[in-house]
Design a protein around this ligand. Structure first.
Ligand code: AKB
Length: 315
């Protein structure tokens, strides 16, 4: 990777990934794009263009001018927002991906696309979900994620575009909050534990989901794009995970560090229904074997680091 363009650069993953890419490859070599103008270090440290991925002309114009060899395509709606606005989700998640892939075909770019645990559904085996298995998701987010995985495979097979991707679990970070996901409770809980010492969880006890700390999510995104593709048996949508826990496990781990922290439950039926349709835990052995994936943070390490950083930020 020498010149990189990031879509959705103001979002949860985009904001941290763009800064890490600039650190590794050079500030002026990494173009941030989004419909929302970033601020602070992201805006000051390198080039930014306003770009709407649903507008093919603007995607083409910006790619033609910047000439990236790699596009990290992160612009998408998350699961809960996508369920509230399914038509818009299709337009952004599928329309945006199609425009990026078409532009990548024309200008010979490699493309990274994040898929998700949302690409699975209620008929998927829920424990140690295999890399290759049943994918019949019941949310619009999931429908766009499976379709996106297939479209990326197609662009590789048919046109030779170097498409690669990961099935991300819920991502936990202290920098930019997520917006409208089903796994967002695992970030909100830290803010509330530090600010108020109490949290109301929108998923019920026993809802196990895969999760990952942001440094691992960024490492995975860079490593899969830097990997030697001759080792790939898969290409798009590698299962990757770092930990699997339910709300009560996270609560207990936080309480060890913040005594007196309390949690109650007020279940949001839409997000609970989405979470119930997703795996409890994924098998990420294909990623481990084919490009050496291995996370650095487990539940305990992640919790300590989150509390240290957020306490400094919020007090
Ligand atoms: C969401 O909850 O929508 C995302 C995801 C798991 O894809 N964090």
């Amino acid at each position: 990777m020498k010149r990189i363009l990031v879509t959705g650069a103001s979002g949860q993953i985009g904001s941290e990934l763009t800064l890490e890419l600039r650190k590794r490859y050079g500030n002026d070599k990494v173009m941030a794009t989004d419909v929302r103008k970033p601020s602070g270090a992201l805006l000051d440290s390198g080039p930014y263009e306003e770009m709407d991925v649903t507008d093919q002309n603007s995607v083409e114009r910006i790619v033609k001018a910047f000439r990236p060899d790699t596009i990290y395509h992160l612009a998408a709606l998350l699961s809960a927002v996508a369920e509230a606005k399914p038509q818009l989700a299709w337009t952004i998640n599928m329309g945006g991906l199609y425009h990026i892939l078409e532009t990548a075909r024309e200008f010979s770019c490699a493309v990274f696309t994040p898929s998700s645990i949302g690409a699975f559904g209620p008929s998927t085996p829920p424990d140690r979900t295999p890399q290759d298995t049943i994918q019949r998701p019941t949310s619009m987010y999931g429908v766009t994620k499976v379709s996106g995985e297939l479209l990326c495979d197609y662009y590789h097979l048919r046109f030779g575009v170097d498409t690669r991707g990961l099935r991300y679990p819920g991502i936990i970070s202290y920098e930019t909050p997520p917006g409208g996901g089903t796994t967002d409770y695992a970030v909100e809980i830290f803010y509330e534990a530090i600010r108020k010492k109490t949290y109301t969880c929108f998923l019920k006890q026993g809802t196990y989901l895969d999760m990952m700390y942001m440094p691992d999510a960024i490492k995975a995104a860079i490593d899969v794009m830097e990997a030697d593709p001759s080792r790939f048996k898969h290409r798009n949508a590698f299962n990757v995970t770092a930990m699997s826990f339910a709300p009560e496990d996270l609560y207990e781990t936080i309480r060890k560090r913040i005594p007196g922290f309390t949690m109650r439950y007020e279940v949001d039926p839409v997000r609970q229904c989405i979470a119930d349709s997703w795996p409890n835990s994924m098998d990420d052995s294909a990623a481990r074997e084919e490009w050496g994936w291995s996370p650095d943070f487990d539940l305990d390490l992640m919790t300590g680091d989150m509390i240290d950083h957020l306490s400094a930020k919020l007090t």
